[in-house]
Design a binder for this molecule. Structure first.
Ligand code: G3H
Ligand code: ZN
Length: 287
């Protein structure tokens, strides 16, 4: 059931768990995530980066695929179709394409411009019943061409953006996209704590969910994180399962080269990763 992300995140914040955002790249990714959410009776957010949207021939195609698949698979748990790290123009495109949620990543603008653009997009999104995420500070590393320096968010700027009425707020707290490097000092819980104190009931978003140790995830949730984004980890598990299948020569046996067989181990691996994350985030049974 396609919905905005607002209610599921308010419930998560109140219930002290987090909803997973899993990024999609194609039909297999989408199906694996939807089926796992349904099996575990968990709310879920499907994240679409601008790069992945382009890869899937545009946001219209993504929206049509997700809507048809949601119906075709008989998905009854709440599912938000969300633009990830959107540009100003990308937000408008996703609104037109029928997404149920958008992220405006204005973190690379100065705070005044971030506030101005976020204000406009909050009005547009809410007028149409969509939820909207904004970002302050930046997530380190690179994701689909979005590069961040990793500076921690200023709690006062977080409050300014939260007060604009966004439904969820992403704040840089030492988190990084992609694999965490050797010697990474960990999340800045002091910064997260200060942000939560300034922003109160606002659901906070933790990007760069790949590879963060379980105890840090739990602590982040206890400090107000209600949405956790995972992308690279699904890609890694898909790649590993596919490599094993090919290296074992299974693509050479029988009809093993049939894409429906060749892609099946990777799709199952995505399901396993999503299940593990939903269990860790505490969203199982919360649909
Ligand atoms: O926006 C998406 C994410 O923040 C995912 O980060 O690829 O490190 O899991 P990740
Ligand atoms: Zn991100």
């Amino acid at each position: 059931m396609l919905v905005s992300a607002k209610d599921m995140l308010v419930k998560a914040k109140e219930g002290h768990y987090a909803v997973g955002q899993f990024n999609i790249n194609n039909l297999e990714w989408t199906k694996s995530i939807l089926l796992t959410a349904q099996e575990l009776n968990s709310p879920v957010i499907l994240g679409v980066s601008e790069g992945a949207g382009k890869y899937m021939t545009g946001f219209e195609t993504v929206s049509a695929m997700v809507k048809a698949m949601d119906k075709g698979l008989g998905i009854t748990v709440p599912v938000a179709l969300h633009l990830d790290h959107g540009t100003y123009d990308g937000c408008y495109k996703c609104v037109e394409a029928g997404f149920t949620s958008i992220m405006f990543d204005g973190s690379h603008y100065d705070i005044e411009e971030n506030v101005a653009k976020t204000t406009e997009l909050v009005n547009v999104a809410h007028h149409l019943g969509l939820s909207i995420e904004a970002e302050v500070g930046s997530i380190g590393g690179e994701e689909d061409g979005v590069v961040g320096m990793g500076e921690c968010a200023d709690p006062n700027e977080c409050k300014r953006i939260a007060d604009l009425g966004v439904d969820m707020l992403a704040a840089g707290i030492g988190n990084i996209h992609g694999k965490y490097p050797e010697g990474w000092p960990g999340l800045r819980f002091d910064v997260l704590d200060a942000i939560q104190q300034k922003t109160g009931a606002m659901p906070l978003v933790l990007h760069g969910g790949t590879g963060i140790p379980a105890d840090m995830i739990k602590k982040a949730i206890s400090l107000g994180v209600s949405k956790i984004n995972v992308n690279t980890e699904c890609q890694l598990s898909f790649a590993e399962a596919t490599r094993k299948y090919v290296e074992a020569g299974k693509d050479l046996e029988g009809k093993g080269f049939d894409p429906r067989k060749l892609l099946a181990p990777g799709a199952d691996a995505i399901k396993a990763t999503v299940k593990e994350k939903m269990e860790l985030f505490g969203s199982v049974g919360k649909a």
